[in-house]
Write a protein that binds this ligand. Structure first.
Ligand code: CAA
Length: 248
């Protein structure tokens, strides 16, 4: 049984995921940072490099695409820690290409990792949050789930799906004291965005009124806020953090 509050963050070792772990750890949470099975050694390197305070962050192998494995691993986690207070569904991948060229595999990989993972990871923890009578679920969607993006039919479909999931689960969970919200980052200085071609990135920056990318910390601090007691009356909401690139 953990004395402190416990947060589980999927896709924890990417740019935004790492910043979320820092933010929640400095808020006093014990953070379970999940990574793909088979990546144990890079997870240990990450843990050492990030120097989290007081050993608050622990790594956990979890294939978010595997319904059975998520069910059994998360049952063990609940038994070990006694409670999970915050879930951040952050795991996500891109397989950008025009729809004309998109293979079914590129479609399926993105839908599995970015959308099916919501079922796999959330349901086992949702039961426990409802029983304990409190909890925070925060889903990391994207500006591109709201506005669409050339070359991202798969990613935008999954990210838009996350918003429908957020609103529906918020309706079902309110009576149990569990809030469900989404954060929609715009283009953020992470390895995922750094992988874009220079000319593509330049044309994207030109569309951002603030003329810069978000920092991962600017995204992560909103997750800390939504997890806090101060945000208890916010549910079903999608918080846009995009430097004014898309307003709706
Ligand atoms: N709008 C309209 N037309 C566009 C366009 C756009 N945004 N981008 C490209 N095109 C046109 C090109 O002008 C070109 O037209 P012609 O054939 O007439 O010359 C045609 O589409 C093909 O373009 P490319 O030669 O660039 O095609 P490609 O196959 O080499 O690349 C792509 C396609 C991979 C989708 C590339 O355009 C790309 O990387 N786009 C950016 C996608 C993107 O923003 N991804 C975000 C990743 S980060 C992330 O996802 C995090 C987050 O949540 C924000």
């Amino acid at each position: 049984m953990s004395e402190s509050k416990v947060a589980l963050v999927t896709g924890a070792m990417g740019g935004i995921g790492t910043a979320i772990c820092h933010s929640l750890a400095s808020d006093g949470y014990t953070v379970l940072a999940t990574h793909r099975p088979g990546k144990e050694s890079s997870a240990q390197d990450w843990l050492q490099e990030e120097v989290f305070s007081e050993g608050r962050v622990k790594t956990l192998a979890l294939d978010v695409c595997d319904t059975t494995a998520c069910g059994s691993t998360l049952k063990d986690v609940i038994e070990d820690y006694g409670h999970i207070d915050v879930l951040v569904n952050n795991a996500g991948i891109t397989r950008d290409t025009t729809f004309k060229r998109m293979s079914f595999e590129q479609w399926e990989d993105v839908i599995n990792t970015n959308l099916h993972s919501l079922f796999n990871v959330t349901q086992p923890l949702f039961h426990s949050m409802c029983e304990q009578g409190n909890g925070r679920i925060i889903n990391i969607t994207s500006i591109n789930g709201l506005k669409g993006q050339f070359g991202q039919a798969n990613y935008a479909a999954a990210k838009a799906g996350m918003i429908g999931f957020t609103k529906s689960l918020a309706l079902e969970s309110a009576r149990f004291g569990v809030t469900v919200n989404a954060v929609a980052p715009g283009y953020t200085a992470t390895p995922m965005v750094a992988a874009l071609a220079d000319d593509v990135l330049d044309s994207i920056k030109a569309q951002i009124p603030e003329k810069r990318l978000a920092t991962p910390k600017e995204i992560a601090e909103s997750i800390s806020y939504l997890a806090s007691d101060a945000a208890g009356f916010i549910t079903g909401e999608t918080l846009n953090i995009n430097g004014g690139q898309y307003m709706h």
